[in-house]
Design a binder for this molecule. Structure first.
Ligand SMILES: C[S@@+](CC[C@H](N)C(=O)[O-])C[C@H]1O[C@@H](n2cnc3c(N)ncnc32)[C@H](O)[C@@H]1O
Length: 439
């Protein structure tokens, strides 16, 4: 077995430590900034190596024992072996390095909003069913593999998600259901649990239609369960949902309230995974919006930001590519009596062009997926008469690439990071941009 001793000089964007071997970077799992580590399982690629930590020779003073015994195997919590101080530094460094690498932005002040509850925060689990020790269990694929791993307890999940997940698994055992290990087999495949406002929504996905009313009744009777769905998905992809997902017991939606806005959430509606930090971030975004005649929200999902900001504008126009999300958003506008909002199901590149045609001047909010804004979207934005933009991003790299272009017409007024996903490398960033004055 080849081993080497490395000094970790910096952190990578996926939570790995980076050292150098034969002048090439080595991305080392489980290694932290400024540690000296012995590495093994080294795989060489044309421009870099990947490796695992065999032994930590000089540990970082920020190294901690992960509170989850299978953190390393599972891999979802890539920074659980670092304390929250180092996690914060790694996230801020990642944002700053991206800003410099892609937009040549230096010395940007970033205010960091801590997560008040760095464990037990995740309000949804999407788990794969399998058999462990002759019993049905739920779990995930191990990091970078196709190897299924049973997860008996997850400290990141909200306690109601966790309790409900384990109760449903117990019922699957009681009803002796078939489990499908592959898309081609017949049986139950995935279990999805979402918990909001102390109520849980359970979705069971099978590879063929299964009619098991007594199982559904038992699930519906569980303490926190407020909504039950079943679905069929026999595709080979790793998507959990399919179009054939239907409501089968209790309420059709999870009814939740954010500030005084009522939301009706269905299983496939996009919701931020950390309810408390999301609430803080949404309130922060709303506080940054100056009163305006026209507000436009691109990538609006189920319309939460539009609903929360609607009082600050004469009218609001929101768009999202997901027809289901827009149906939810329209319903939300109706039940909240927000008569000044129009929602549109369309691609963002199309929606922003429509906004330019409809409005002479507007304020823009964007909350795109990890891929960020397209160049075409930014081109349209640069042609418009927009006085203020609030950009919510879950990917510092694409944010920085987009800011490079947006800076032609806009100045960054403030930047904030929210620790939405503690114990992982992920971070949510909000940027407030204002139009440069015309010279
Ligand atoms: C990060 S979520 C933001 C949702 C919303 N702002 C919220 O907080 O609930 C990103 C949204 O972008 C939408 N989306 C993805 N690609 C899109 C595209 N090309 N055009 C428009 N919307 C898109 C997704 O459907 C999703 O709702």
């Amino acid at each position: 077995m080849r081993t080497f001793v490395l000094d970790i000089k910096k952190m990578g964007i996926n939570g790995e430590g980076i050292g150098y071997l034969f002048k090439k970077p080595v991305f080392v799992q489980q290694a932290l900034l400024f540690e000296k580590v012995k590495i093994h399982n080294i795989v060489e690629y044309p421009t870099y190596f990947k490796a695992e930590t065999l032994k930590v020779i000089t540990p970082s003073k920020h190294r901690v024992k992960p509170i989850c015994p299978i953190a390393e195997q599972c891999g979802a919590c890539s920074l659980m072996h670092a304390d929250l101080t180092l996690q914060q530094q790694i996230k801020i460094d990642h944002i700053k390095q991206s800003l410099f690498k892609y937009a040549k932005i230096k010395n940007q002040q970033i205010f960091y909003h801590k997560n008040p509850q760095p464990i037990n925060y995740r309000n949804q689990c999407k788990f794969i069913l399998g058999i462990d020790n002759n019993k049905i269990s739920s779990g995930m694929f191990e990091r970078d593999t196709n190897q299924w791993l049973a997860i008996d307890h997850c400290v990141i999940h909200h306690p109601i998600v966790e309790k409900t997940r384990l109760q449903v698994v117990k019922l699957l055992n009681k009803h002796k259901v078939n489990i499908a290990f592959k898309a081609s087999e017949e049986g139950y495949r995935y279990l999805i649990v979402r918990a909001l406002d102390n109520k849980a929504q359970v979705t069971l996905i099978s590879t063929v239609e299964v009619n098991n009313q007594s199982l559904i009744d038992d699930i519906a009777n569980l303490e926190h369960v407020d909504s039950v769905y079943v679905g069929v998905n026999n595709k080979k992809t790793r998507d959990f949902f399919s179009e054939q997902t239907k409501h089968v017991a209790k309420n059709q939606y999870l009814n939740v309230t954010i500030n005084d806005i009522k939301l009706q959430v269905s299983p496939q509606s996009f919701m931020q995974l950390n309810s408390e930090v999301a609430r803080n971030m949404m309130n922060f975004v709303v506080s940054k919006i100056k009163p305006t005649d026209q507000l436009v929200e691109a990538y609006c999902g189920v319309g939460m930001i539009s609903l929360l900001t609607s009082k600050k504008a004469k009218s609001v126009y929101g768009f999202d590519i997901s027809k289901e999300a827009i149906a939810n958003a329209k319903n939300h506008a109706k039940i909240n009596h927000c008569h000044n909002i129009t929602f549109d199901a369309c691609d963002a590149d199309v929606g922003i062009k429509r906004a330019n045609k409809m409005f002479q001047q507007y304020t823009l909010i964007v909350d795109p997926p990890r891929s960020g804004l397209t160049d075409q979207f930014i081109e349209t934005v640069l042609k418009a008469n927009i006085n203020q933009i609030v950009y919510v991003s879950c990917n510092p790299s694409t944010l920085a690439k987009n800011l490079r272009l947006l800076q032609k017409k806009f100045t960054i007024q403030s930047m904030d990071a929210f620790d939405m996903f503690s114990q992982t490398q992920h971070v949510e960033v909000t940027v407030q941009l204002v139009r440069k004055s015309k010279k």
